[in-house]
Design a binder for this molecule. Sequence first.
Ligand SMILES: [Zn+2]
Length: 165
Amino acid sequence: MINIAATNASNRIVSKHDFAEIIENTVTQQKSLHATVHFNPGEIICSFSADQVFAEPNYLTIQTGIQQHITLMPHFLQYTNHSCSPNVFFDTHSMELIALKDIEPNEEFTFFYPSTELEMAQPFICFCGSKDCLQNIKGAQHIPFDTLKNYRLTRFIEEQLQKPS
Ligand SMILES: [Zn+2]
């Protein structure tokens, strides 16, 4: 049985930023990004830019084009984990991080990795706990259209999916 109090006590704050803090679970060493202020649905949380640009994806990059994968500036945004029920969206056209839902202080920021990734560098099995969890996260091109239409996707991903293959 999991002791909730003990679980909470195993979290430590790694660093604090403008509107967020990085939390580390000292048991799993998994890091995550949490809000420190409230955001409304549709609100622009911050602008971001490319730190480095790569031709191939890696576990830190988000996709902005064909053979164009960026690491994020500010750097702390890289700790935004995946969820199949995300509360933020990386708009790689406007280069803005946008709230999809009400986000309360302490709540973890999550985004839907296939909303930016056509083909993921490191596919994984998701345990996000959402009732709509897709389980196998491999990239947008592996997800049926009926499922994808429930998600906000970047302009790049939408353009790629509309291309006849
Ligand atoms: Zn999931």
